[in-house]
Ligand binder design. Sequence first.
Ligand SMILES: *[C@@H]1O[C@H](CO)[C@@H](O)[C@H](O)[C@H]1NC(C)=O
Ligand SMILES: *[C@@H]1O[C@H](CO)[C@@H](O)[C@H](O)[C@H]1NC(C)=O
Length: 255
Amino acid sequence: MEKTILVVFLGLCVSQLGGSVAQQWIPANATFYGGSDGSGAMGGSCGYGDLNKYNGAGYGTYTTALSATLYGDAKSCGACYAVACDSSKTGWCKPGASPVTVTATDFCPPNWSVPSDGGGWCNPPRQHFDMSQPAWEAIAVYQGGFVPVKYARAPCRRTGGIRFSISGNDYFELVLISNVAGSGAVSAAAVKGSNTDWMPMSRNWGSNWQSNAYLTGQSLSFQVQTDDGRSVTAYNVAPPNWQFGNMYESSVNFW
Ligand SMILES: *[C@@H]1O[C@H](CO)[C@@H](O)[C@H](O)[C@H]1NC(C)=O
Ligand SMILES: *[C@@H]1O[C@H](CO)[C@@H](O)[C@H](O)[C@H]1NC(C)=O
């Protein structure tokens, strides 16, 4: 008797937890690209480059390109999505597969020379994930090629701090911001040299943010805001003798 009550009580707790944690699933479709090892999905429009660099602690092989509707002019770069194959609409789902979590690293361009339901999968306003093949094969059967899915934003789990890779030249620093946990998608950034005030940066392309200040010879601090409104400050990430072409990893992230 008591056992039954306990079980019912626990059941209620679990279902309430499930209810508050579960986000709403949104319908979309998915295809895949980039080969079985994911190598062809490297170097996407977000600018992350080789996703396995820095000793394998990059975004790895579970990545996706997004149609314009989802990509939003690079606003979604770095965002994570839980994607589930919708077995109520296709027979090509991998039986019993859990949703896979992928990081947005690339843009799937429209192809207006084909109809949007006949190959123009990424044409607006379609919501489409062109996933790396390894991510795809976690939820769907290779031969399927195209499956209906449902998706929700998911928290990004990252090891280590936010990374700042600096390129450019004096008076033009291009800073690739990567390895962002939490929301994953950077919505604003600012930089401070040891001799300057905080200065907003602007998105140049993908996840590359620019500053036109002269920052050479100064230690650099960065503020990063993500699209859920949270922000963190990484003080003195780069030492005064920082160099163009180097990556500096902070000790902070959205944990
Ligand atoms: C998924 O693809 C099918 C077939 O082209 C289409 O009818 C449906 O509207 C698509 N779903 C979404 C959410 O774009
Ligand atoms: C658009 O689709 C057509 C037909 O599949 C293909 O030949 C062409 O290469 C595609 N264009 C681009 C830019 O992908």
